[in-house]
Write a protein that binds this ligand. Structure first.
Ligand SMILES: [Fe+2]
Length: 489
């Protein structure tokens, strides 16, 4: 979007020459060609003019008193102006003209010149300037479009904040972008991008904002400024509030190093647009995070209910969810899938709530009792199914006793129909059952349980999961033992 080419206005040209006649003749002709023309008598006047307003083209003499054409070019380069420069020079100084081109001049005109020649050269330079501005606008627009898409698609607060600061800093050509969110009346920096030694004066920032942040206090030991408290005071500062509905939730601040240009109108609009997008996405991400927390707490509570049923199996749900996640991670499944495995495993025995059989009774279950017990898989699916956000856990809960040889329950499913999620929970569940005390037997040692898991590869368990499971489990145990934490004996 920047630098802006005056598309809907006339192109602005600055004519610089110490000879008044030449200056005026060129100015008259260019004005007749419908350009907006200003004049300056030397390089010094020209620089003052360039600092005052924006030009698309500078048409300058080379030899002038005070500040000459080459120095003017140098100053324009130092200011990183997008303005094109065309140098006018007398016969015999073509080497100087070449020198001027090296210093960033776009073209040169040899004196004495014909006016048509000047007009043609000016047209060419402005056309190039227009194309450059167009390309830049396009590049900025694409970058911002991509950033907006990314922000809208993400539910991760950290990712959103990172994208907002980096895209805004680049788009508005700032040296640093900082994003702060309000937290119980305090503004807390949550993300920054760029030169972090550049501190942002907090009172100057808040002064730029209206009442949205009135009464806000700044957090942190250095409440006077954001940043690392460096000595570098910024040259230009821009702050826009993040507003959602009627509420201000934070602010986005941009700064340029000392000597940097002020932020122009387009850059202010860009920052405001990004702040607007960011505010909506942040509110969304917070809702999502809250929802995820509520789901986690619900599962946690239900898992406690399962443990209350049977003191012998207390902690079973948690351990199975740990073992199942270890295997899911070992298989390099996506983060979302690992989370689904973890939650499904934690809920796998929820259906025991519906069983009439006394799970604490010593000795083996009778055939009838066993038939009742087997229904815990179906009961689990029936309990979770109607709860929308827990419904994705149903396959793991319903099918965790299915076997690869088709002799499992409740459906005696063939191997190819059993989802991997259920196969993972099956191994984790069986290993923990073997290594825990039961009403009818003491816990088996770890090595025996592992040997049993291996023996049942391909019949009860998915053969492809057995070795990854053993590997993941051994690594986890070694790590815990090294830290002095408990493991199954
Ligand atoms: Fe079970």
């Amino acid at each position: 979007m920047f630098p802006r080419f005056h598309m809907d206005e006339r192109a602005r040209i600055l004519v610089v020459d110490d000879e008044e006649v030449i200056r005026e003749v060129i100015a008259d002709f260019l004005t007749m060609e419908d350009y907006a023309v200003c004049t300056a008598a030397d390089g010094r006047e020209a620089i003052a003019e360039l600092d005052r307003s924006r030009f698309d083209l500078v048409l300058s003499d080379l030899k002038m008193p005070n500040v000459g054409g080459l120095e003017l070019l140098q100053e324009m380069q130092r200011r990183q102006l997008p303005t094109k420069a065309v140098i006018m020079t007398g016969f015999g100084t073509i080497e100087t003209a070449i020198e001027a081109m090296k210093r960033g001049a776009h073209d040169y005109i040899l004196k004495p010149f014909r006016v048509e020649e000047v007009v043609l050269t000016v047209r060419r330079a402005l056309e190039e300037r227009r194309l450059e501005a167009e390309n830049l606008r396009l590049r900025d627009a694409v970058g911002l479009y991509e950033a907006s898409e990314k922000i809208a698609a993400s539910l991760s607060l950290d990712d959103i904040l990172e994208t907002v600061t980096s895209a805004t800093r680049t788009g508005a050509r700032a040296d640093v972008a900082r994003l702060m969110l309000l937290d119980h009346g305090h503004l807390v920096e949550r993300s920054h991008h760029g030169d972090t030694t550049l501190s942002v004066d907090a009172s100057r920032l808040l002064a730029q904002l209206d009442d949205g942040l009135a009464g806000v206090r700044l957090s942190g030991p250095d409440a006077e400024s954001f940043g690392d408290g460096g000595d570098d005071a910024p040259g230009a500062l821009l702050a826009v509030p993040l507003v959602e509905g009627a509420e201000t939730i934070g602010l986005l601040a941009l700064a340029r190093r000392d000597g940097g240009e002020r932020f122009d109108e387009g850059q202010r609009k860009l920052a405001a647009m990004m702040a607007h997008r960011a505010a909506a996405a942040i509110v969304n991400a917070r809702l999502f995070e809250g929802q995820q927390l509520a789901i986690g707490q619900t599962i946690e509570g239900l898992a406690r209910a399962i443990d209350k049923l049977d003191p012998y199996t207390a902690g079973h749900s948690d351990r199975v969810s740990i073992y199942a996640s270890l295997l899911a991670k070992k298989l390099a499944l996506s983060d979302e899938t690992v989370e689904l495995v973890r939650r499904s495993a934690q809920m796998h025995d929820i259906g025991k709530i519906g069983c009439h059989v006394n799970l604490n009774k010593p000795g083996k279950l009778t055939e009838d009792e066993y038939e009742d017990f087997k229904k815990h898989t179906i009961y689990g699916a029936e309990i979770l199914g109607p709860i929308g956000f827990l419904a994705p856990l149903v396959p793991g809960v319903l099918l965790h006793h299915e076997r690869m040889d088709g002799r499992g329950y409740p459906h005696a499913m063939p191997a190819d129909k059993i989802p991997r999620l259920a196969r993972i929970i099956c191994i984790a569940d069986s290993y923990d059952a073997m290594t825990s005390d039961r009403a009818y037997r003491a816990a088996l040692p770890h090595e025996i349980a592992i040997a049993e898991v291996r023996r049942c590869a391909g019949t009860q368990f998915d053969a492809e999961l057995v070795e990854p499971f053993v590997e993941a489990l051994e690594e986890w145990r070694a790590n815990r033992i090294a830290k002095g934490q408990s493991v199954a004996r």
